[in-house]
Design a protein. Sequence first.
Length: 221
Amino acid sequence: MKLLLVEDSERLQRSLSTGLRKHGFTVDQAFDGEQALSYTATNQYDVIVLDLMLPRIDGLTVLSKIRSEGNDCHVLILSANDQTEDRVRGLDLGADDYLVKPFAFNELVSRLGALNRRRSGIKNPVIEIEGVKVDSVARQVVFDDQPVALTPHEYQLLEFLARRRGRVFSHDQLIDQLYDAGSYVTRNAVEAHISSLRKRLHLVGAPRLVKTRRGFGYLVE
């Protein structure tokens, strides 16, 4: 899942982005509302984690603007404002969830996972394709009761394609979805991840899930 973390506290930004990346999320970071709108204008995200009390442009204005522009990305508000009217206003303006600070990090991760499943239309956290089980909570892939040892990028790639089964994604689309905006990634790196993923699945006797559509990209059928 690719997300934009909008939070002006450098300390909280640092701890959250580090923790989320360890859980396999691709994270872009914005420290004020103006920067957040700049990111959303040029990138696609699965979820935006949005603080409300932001410099330059406040969080509710950011939310209202991206919704007025037709951006249907899931938005999870993360705010110290815990009054009922604050939550109602945020949800009425188009937020999908609202989590009050202080919060448990594991709850944030679970809520993000739920939003991602809602977006893909798959409510079960375990996706099974041809006997291969992709567990988005445990972040583990299993075939015939054998765990498949994958690197974080290999896992992200497989889960991303499995959740969008039947859709073809080009090299550039995969780079955009699986890496943060500050990363420099070549097409060769994507091809290397796909090749390694296929080999690791083959080692446990699993089918070759990731197919190539020459001239177009890759998909899981």
